[in-house]
Design a protein around this ligand. Structure first.
Ligand code: BEZ
Length: 218
């Protein structure tokens, strides 16, 4: 069964570059971004891990923790992180899950449950292990993404989604196409006009009864 938005993110114990973790405990009361890689020493993923290392402070500011995953053991992750620092100019400070046995990849349905972690498995065999999961402090899945192996992910988009999710959690608003922080937001249809008038004394715009916009609160 594939993981869906609002499902509880499967819990697990795993070895990481920072020791053993119990995933839900590790998340604690933060948001978590779990992003996965098919194999260590792959070119596109090298650039992605370096970029995440560079923008990690932006996630920290938003109360979110980063955790990478790759289908290789910890000692290979450690060696790869030297290459990442050398070529991308940023050192990886977040933990990297060592998923050589593919347990987490299968648990998160990135691979079929009957897949075997045999020697000689390549990045191409694991190509679907190239996903992002945004998980809330309630441990529910808020976003899933899976990318093709030849296309680097846009992690700025994950920051944008996180901003939108956190705004929604605090103010019960939705965000329109290509929204950026500071742009007007949408009043969801679950909020009646009466409730909206009380909530937004400065007024809001009604384009259609189902399409109402207001200045970003907060
Ligand atoms: C990469 O370049 O990161 C990559 C290569 C093969 C499969 C998936 C990713």
């Amino acid at each position: 069964m594939s993981l869906r938005i609002n499902d509880t993110a499967p819990d697990f114990e795993a070895e990481t570059t920072q020791g053993k973790i119990h995933f839900h405990e590790w998340i604690g009361d933060k948001w978590a971004i779990l992003f996965s890689h098919p194999k260590d020493f792959t070119p596109v993923c090298t650039t992605e891990l370096g970029y995440m290392a560079r923008i990690e402070p932006e996630f920290t500011k938003r109360g979110a923790k980063l955790i990478g995953l790759s289908a290789d053991p910890v000692d290979r992750h450690a060696a790869w992180s030297h290459d990442i620092e050398e070529t991308q100019g940023a050192s990886v400070k977040y933990p990297m899950i060592a998923d050589a046995g593919l347990e987490v990849a299968k648990l998160y349905n990135m691979l079929p449950a009957d897949e075997v972690a045999a020697d000689g498995r390549t990045a191409v065999n694991n190509a679907t292990v190239r996903s992002v999961f945004v998980i809330g402090p309630d441990k529910k899945v808020k976003l899933t993404l899976t990318y093709p192996m030849s296309v680097g992910r846009n992690f700025d988009e994950i920051l944008r989604v996180l901003d939108a999710l956190q705004l929604n959690a605090k103010h019960t608003v939705a965000t329109p196409v290509n929204w950026k922080p500071g742009d007007d937001v949408i009043i969801p249809t679950s909020v009646s006009d009466e409730q909206a008038k009380a909530k937004y004394p400065g007024g809001f715009t009604t384009l259609k009864p189902y399409l109402r916009t207001v200045k970003q609160p907060g």
